[in-house]
Design a protein around this ligand. Sequence first.
Ligand code: XMP
Length: 522
Amino acid sequence: MSIRHHDKMLIVDFGSQVTQLIARRLRESGVYCEIHPFQRAAAAFAGDAVRPKAAILSGGPASAARSECPKIPQVLLDSGIPLFGICYGQQILMEQLGGRVESGRHREFGRAYISALPDQRDDPIFDGFLESETEEVWMSHGDRVVREAPGFKIIGQSPNAPMAIVADSKRRYYGVQFHPEVHHTPNGGKLLRNFARVAGFSFDWSMSSFREEAVAHIRRYVGTSKIVCGLSGGVDSSVTALLVHEAVGSQLTCIFVDHGMLRRGEAAEVPRLFRKHYNIPVESVDSQDLFLSKLEGVEDPEAKRKIIGELFVQVFQERAKSLGNANFLAQGTLYPDVIESVSASGGPSSKIKSHHNVGGLPAKMKFRVVEPLRTLFKDEVRKLGRELGLPESFVGRHPFPGPGLAIRCPGAVTRSKLEILRQADAVFIDQIRAYGLYDEIWQAFAAILPVKSVGVMGDDRTYEFTCVLRAVTSVDGMTADYFPFQHSFLSETANRIINEVPGLNRVVYDITSKPPGTIEWE
Ligand code: XMP
């Protein structure tokens, strides 16, 4: 999807796990961006009617000191547009322009403090950045630049990175060793915004332009065909359905699949709320037996996701047939779902999980897929939801994964474990609401571990499963911290779960952040 009437920033993806955060930081400032993997960046640059006004070169896992490493397309260097290299992007910019990068000897991961060289403080890149003596930044690199390319000056440094910021102000080229796009560089957004200002951007992009463009794109792509949208009741699929509905109206039918792994009450509540709020047709399909029989005995998380993804499509295809052949399927896939499966734009980032609505889809699917949210983060989708008039009760809902409780039940999924899980989850969420904490938490749920332990209740020995509670704060699901509940909350909740939910005799609270953990258990 390309927006033609805004200044455009091209982001060249060298495979960093956080490339999309660059786009996000810039979008927050009203800059329209497109991400393209380095192999396709030349075509993207030359092929579009509106040329990018500037380009950002992302970080990446390769070493710029090796001759066979990914390169900046020559057409970008020849074009004369301003460039901003981040980490690997800085190193490869230096290498290609005649500087030198050294490998391996200067690894640096984590917080660092940089300062501006005294005679460089007036550089426009520093506006609002480095206003005090030092600025906190996030470093994550194995290589570093040891000689800047001709025409460049060092304008910022840290004890470990003498070339933390280099600039060639004539060509409007900048290179930074640290990552301005991550939250751990608190003022990094300002640096990127300053670069856009130096490059002459007008900062005129907003969520309402995204909405306009997305609707126009869906309309063009779907034409007069019918389209089905998998509705889960979460904010992503709701926003997707609203966008598609705005684009093609009554050509859309939403399908809500009860795969037997939903939370308590959801199978009845979601279609009812959706019909009532939006007046969009929703078909409810009870496929519990189909899903649960196919998942019987399956323990591997990736296998579970594949099975669930395939069955979803099977059910959608059956329903689509009965609707008079809908050829399109709309899904609420978000950027974090994509980056943890493949890189969003086809770039080279490593795989963590195949989120079911991405990696789990069968190769020979009859549908053409419409995923209008695949470049957005959750909080951006929430903004878009508000823009579309979605009630706050939907916008603020905690995310719920497509494979549902299956991935909160490590090991084989059984009906009895699912029932235990549903009950424990309901108590946990009830407690969170009672304490007024729901909106402070990004996502909270119970999981059931495949571990039995010995307990004592009354005068009897018990030998039951363990329930783990998970509650995290996050901005976009890419990184997360555990929520710091009071001990009294935790002990009251644990007591309630043990007393109210048969089949559990132990409750633990998961205090792992992401990374190194993930939010879900599978
Ligand atoms: P992780 O566990 O990867 O979760 O840290 C990040 C966010 O993504 C959700 N999630 C999924 N959503 N299909 C989905 O639709 C999936 O397979 C899937 N796996 C995780 C998770 O609930 C969290 O909000």
